[in-house]
Write a protein that binds this ligand. Structure first.
Ligand code: ADP
Ligand code: MG
Length: 568
């Protein structure tokens, strides 16, 4: 089909376009960062495909990104000689949003511009950010390996629709041509564009080139020469030494690799030598992505081998419970033609994963154990965003279980709110004299946990109980049976032994009470024979007359409810 065709945007794209143009206007320079980031990704993809098919390069091996402008036509063009797009790819990549959960995401937008701008940042703006400054975008592209006649022109005014047609394109790759809106002419200057590139895209490892500009005395103005100059440092940021990288550069690099719009919470950058040699630059995002729970989502680690991009989402490089970590790992040992299959079995990969896991845990410990309030606050905000995912590690990562256990935070009867702020160490430091257990209750939500009748005796004795209400808690607890030699015990389990917390006089009194109610208990057992396994006198309640408990070796009531809900 070579005819020009007009197609409608997916509804969510239309919504995104409208919102973005207004809410991100004050930050409009980011359009260049996003388009250069895409050009860099496209070059990475070509390099990767070319590992097994060198012919894709044709006679053009030097990957670069060119930014140019035309004052008369009022356009800015970003060109790359990367992987390019076929007609079908242009339609699906530029006409729809492929991320899962997109519909739900747009359902959450409030209409309040400031709030929505922050949300959109989390979502990632990407290609469409061009429409902040352009009222028309023309994309001309040809996929690597396709003949010159099979180029595609995609064009849109950023309203409801776009057109696609087949064109002849001499060079492989993509040109993005922005037709600037009225009033955006200040962008039509070498100086302006260079300063934006240096600010946001200096970390891009490919050269970003522009035509040189020189003062022409005769014309008495700057004129563009044919000669090109490289505007950025054009070296892999993670390979530079830490002392040469500014916090802003770390931040912009994060935005590039993560497709996130907001700054990261924290990061770690190290060169590791020894059994395996590699560099890691790993970031923790400030906010959980809206698709954190989508197990098929694009992973966060880019794998490089000696500076050459190998793949996105190298899931073998990070355990699942750290799937929120973003960044780059560059190995000096892996072969360039490494495949996902090889990754699975590689000893080097295992060393890298173990080392990187420890780094991430170390980075979290540094925040969690810091004296500075700012770092403590960062840890708390990390916990709020990603705590539930980190809990999966207690079950998945036996080698690091003890370190992970120390990073856990819970709501507790010691506080009067649902915030998860209490660590197990803190709990133990507040334990009563003679208390040799860590007590917890599980429930569907905080209110239910807080009002559990099982807590009455603990309240009376002033013993703290952890309130566990996340879905993963029951599962996690099956792996976390003790902490620093102290058993974790559910207050809802039968035969609860308060041990040394009970004094002699109380014990005697209890025995007397039990014997005086013996007949009644027997009658109740008979009456409830097919409903309850046992009936006992309890001293755990202070206000409620009775409560149901699970047998010591049985599943708890909450887990039973969960399994039933899951249809088991
Ligand atoms: P993201 O970069 O997060 O995937 P974007 O909105 O920036 O989202 O880009 C959407 C998609 O369009 C990209 O994933 C890519 O497939 C395609 N694309 C954009 N720019 C280019 C380009 N210069 N070359 C090839 N493909 C591109
Ligand atoms: Mg992008």
């Amino acid at each position: 089909d070579t005819q020009k065709q007009t197609l409608g945007f997916q509804a969510e794209v239309k919504q995104l376009l409208q919102l973005m143009i207004h809410s991100l206007y004050s930050n409009k320079e980011i359009f260049l960062r996003e388009l250069i980031s895409n050009a860099s990704d496209a070059s990475d993809k070509l390099r990767f495909e070319a590992i097994n098919n060198d012919a894709l390069y044709g006679n053009d091996h030097e990957l670069k990104i060119k930014v140019s402008f035309d004052k008369a036509a009022r356009t800015i063009t970003i060109s790359d000689n990367g992987i390019g797009m076929s007609r079908d790819e242009a339609i699906s990549h530029l006409g729809t949003i492929a991320k899962s959960g997109t519909k739900e995401f747009f359902g959450k937008l409030s209409g309040d511009q400031q709030q929505d701008a922050a949300l959109i940042g989390q979502f990632g703006v990407g290609f469409y950010s061009g429409f902040i400054v352009a009222d028309k975008i023309t994309v001309e592209s040809r996929r690597a390996g396709a003949p010159a006649a099979e180029g595609v022109r995609w064009e849109s005014g950023g309203e409801g629709d776009y057109s696609v047609e087949q064109i002849e394109k001499v060079n492989r790759g993509t040109d993005i041509i922005l037709h600037l809106r009225e009033g955006e002419d200040e962008l039509l200057s070498s100086w302006k564009i260079k300063s934006i590139i240096r600010k946001y895209s200096d970390h891009i490892s490919l050269p970003i080139v522009m035509q040189k500009e020189e003062w022409d005395a005769e014309k008495s103005e700057n004129v563009l020469k044919d000669e090109l100059e490289t505007v950025n440092q054009a070296s892999a940021l993670w390979a530079r030494s830490k002392s040469e990288i500014t916090p802003e550069q770390y931040e912009e690099f994060y935005k590039h690799v993560s497709h996130d719009f907001a700054a990261p919470l924290t990061y770690t950058h190290n060169r590791v030598e020894g059994k395996s040699e590699y560099t890691q630059l790993l970031y923790i995002p400030a906010k959980a992505p809206f698709d954190l729970w989508d197990r098929n989502k694009r992973g966060g680690i880019k794998l490089y081998v000696k500076r050459v991009f190998i793949m996105d989402d190298a899931e073998q490089l990070m355990p699942t419970y750290l799937r929120f970590v973003k960044g780059v790992i560059d190995s000096a040992d892996l072969p360039l033609n490494v495949s996902r299959e090889i990754l699975q079995e590689s000893r080097d990969v295992k060393l890298i994963r173990d080392g990187s896991t420890k780094r991430v845990i170390g980075m979290l410990e540094e925040l969690a154990n810091a004296d500075e309030q700012e770092k403590k606050d960062k840890y708390q905000s990390f916990w709020t965003e990603f705590g539930q995912v980190l809990k999966e590690g207690v079950g998945e990562d036996a080698a690091n279980k003890d370190r992970l256990a120390k990073l856990l935070r819970f709501a507790s009867t010691a506080n009067d709110n649902d915030q998860q702020t209490t660590s197990l160490e803190q709990y133990l430091s507040r334990a009563k004299e003679g208390q040799d257990k860590i007590y917890y209750v599980t429930a569907d939500n905080y209110i239910a946990a807080k009002n559990s009748p099982h807590l009455e005796i603990f309240r009376k004795k002033g013993v703290e109980v952890l309130l566990l209400t996340d879905r993963v808690d029951e599962w996690m607890l099956s792996f976390l049976t003790e902490f620093e030699g102290k058993e974790l015990v559910s207050v809802a389990k039968g035969g609860l032994d308060l041990g040394a917390l009970e004094d002699e006089a109380e014990k005697k009194e209890h025995e007397e009470t039990e014997s005086s109610y013996k007949d009644l208990v027997e009658k109740m057992k008979e009456a409830l024979a097919d409903k309850a396994k046992d009936v006992r006198v309890t001293f755990r309640l202070t206000d409620s007359p009775a409560c149901l408990v699970a047998d010591e070796n049985e599943l708890s009531g909450n887990l039973l409810r969960m399994l039933k809900a899951a249809g088991q």
